[in-house]
Design a protein around this ligand. Structure first.
Ligand code: SIN
Length: 482
């Protein structure tokens, strides 16, 4: 149990808190292994009711003015910020990330509501110059309808925000299905919705069987859009099912981010960027550096500075002061890191820092640095989603661009250089939806977040983020005379 009015162990549907019968899902604190509480295990029938409630809400909400929709988002922003530390504590307790990161995530989430609340008023259409003297062509944007959202455990508050804020601002109700490991941050949105006076059914949170809820989202004709953040295989399966019913989809999927350091880079800046990029959320983000490429001339110097900083990182319970890395989410996350390390060793990699479970036990893991990484290693192809940094050596710009692009993923990429020509050349050559030059963290609500290739489709945040939640309607107004 967490002592907070935001801590709810029921689902939030049609403005009410409901149980799901006898079936429940237990949720644990990865830092202690203790059960924090349980949530209902909804299946298709309960999800259908939530969708029906959202459909009823849509009848009204689609006609609410842009200003009012914006104000609703702004009230959610304010509620999140007024309760930032309380919500941050729930987040850390169920997910494990350090409290400072959790508080940062709540603020990040709140900013999406502020941003999209403002964007609601700029959902402009068009008047197209008509080729006919007696006709006019008008383009408007209309909300798509009920949105089904499926979000992961790594950013339990912010990933919902990116979707729910855009949906509400565009005029769409939403049914949110959070990850079963981290449902409480999602259910806290139900309390927020109540306290800020959202209409019933506009924001619903259902917990339970991922496959049953996803199937209902895909097959229920009332759901007009599905938005998903998670793994590429699951995203592909969802996209296939949703396309059979011609639903709009946004897919924010896996990544395999390259982080490149050229000889001419500011090395201290690159080291700090690599730490932030690799070890944020213990390496459990889709945009984390998965492969660090360092040019031969600065390889040793980079390794020395990077390894020294990583060795100093404090591992522990995210609620403790000064902890830089909390536990991993579960045992399978630990096993994946171990598998990548063993494979790297077998291919000649040298473990410079860490390389094993942490002495704290449970799912704590040592921040790890691997020297002499090569393209033959599993870690070059597969997303680790853990605190393991393989450092590859390269000689030329052409070579590193080829290696960086040699993946089916295309989400985030990073490089460090002080050469302006190279900055533009490499930026254009990287086959990624996002590129950061001389920066290790690129997420912000004002920029379009999303990938290419197997990393998905659609963009979240920014002025483009509303596009996925609206239909473009063309109206031809004729019979106007000359
Ligand atoms: C993610 O890992 O999917 C999101 C990370 C972010 O928003 O920075």
């Amino acid at each position: 149990m967490i002592d907070s009015r935001f801590f709810k162990q029921q689902c939030y549907v049609d403005g009410a808190w409901i149980d799901g019968g006898n079936d429940t899902i237990a949720v644990n604190n990865p830092a202690t292994g203790e059960i924090i509480g349980t949530v209902p295990k909804f299946g298709r029938e309960e999800t259908r009711k939530a969708i029906a409630a959202a459909e009823r809400a849509f009848r009204e909400w689609r006609h609410v003015s842009a200003e009012e929709r914006g104000n609703a988002c702004r009230r959610i922003h304010d509620a999140l910020m007024d309760n930032q530390t309380e919500l941050g504590r729930i987040l850390t307790t169920e997910m494990g990330k350090p409290l400072a990161e959790a508080n940062g995530e709540v603020a990040y989430a709140a900013r999406f509501f502020k941003w999209f609340g403002e964007e609601a008023r700029r959902l402009y259409g068009d008047v197209i110059p008509s080729p006919f003297g007696d006709k006019r062509i008008i383009v408007t944007k209309e909300p798509v309808g009920v949105v089904g959202s499926i979000t992961p455990w790594n950013f339990p508050t912010a990933m919902i925000a990116r979707k729910a804020a855009a949906a509400i601002a565009a005029g769409c109700p939403i049914v949110c299905k959070p990850a079963s490991q981290t449902p409480f941050s999602a259910l806290a949105y139900g309390v927020v919705a109540e306290e800020v006076g959202l209409p019933k059914g506009l924001l619903n949170v259902v917990t339970g069987s991922a496959s049953a809820i996803a199937d209902e989202f895909c097959e229920n004709p009332a759901v007009r859009k599905i938005t998903f953040t998670g793994s590429t295989p699951v995203g592909k399966g969802l996209a296939a099912k949703a396309s059979a019913h011609m639903k709009r989809i946004s897919m924010e999927l896996g990544g395999n981010a390259p982080f490149i350091v050229f000889d001419d880079a500011d090395l201290d800046r690159a080291v700090d960027g690599a730490i932030a990029c690799k070890y944020r959320n213990s390496g459990q983000t889709c945009v984390c550096a998965n492969r660090l490429y360092v040019q031969a001339g600065v390889y040793d110097a980079f390794m020395a500075k990077f390894a020294a900083k990583v060795s100093g990182m404090k591992v522990g319970d995210g609620l403790e002061e000064g902890v830089a890395q909390g536990p991993l989410i579960d045992e399978s996350a630990v096993e994946k890191s171990l598998e990548h390390i063993a494979d790297a060793r077998a291919h000649g990699g040298e473990i410079v820092v860490g390389g094993a479970r942490h002495e704290l036990g449970l799912t704590y893991f040592q921040p790890t640095v691997i020297r002499n990484a090569t393209q033959e290693m599993l870690i070059a192809r597969d997303e680790t989603f853990g605190p393991v940094a393989p450092v590859f050596r390269f000689d030329t710009e052409e070579e590193v661009v080829r290696m960086a692009n040699a993946t089916e993923y295309g989400l985030a990429s990073y490089f460090y250089t002080s050469d302006l020509g190279r900055a533009f050349r490499v930026c254009e050559a990287l086959e990624y939806g996002m590129v950061a030059v001389n920066e290790g963290v690129l997420s912000t609500e004002v920029a379009p977040f999303g990938g290419v290739k197997d990393s998905g489709m659609g963009r979240e945040g920014s002025k483009y983020g509303l596009d996925d939640y609206v239909n473009v309607k063309y109206a031809l107004i004729g019979g106007l005379g000359k």
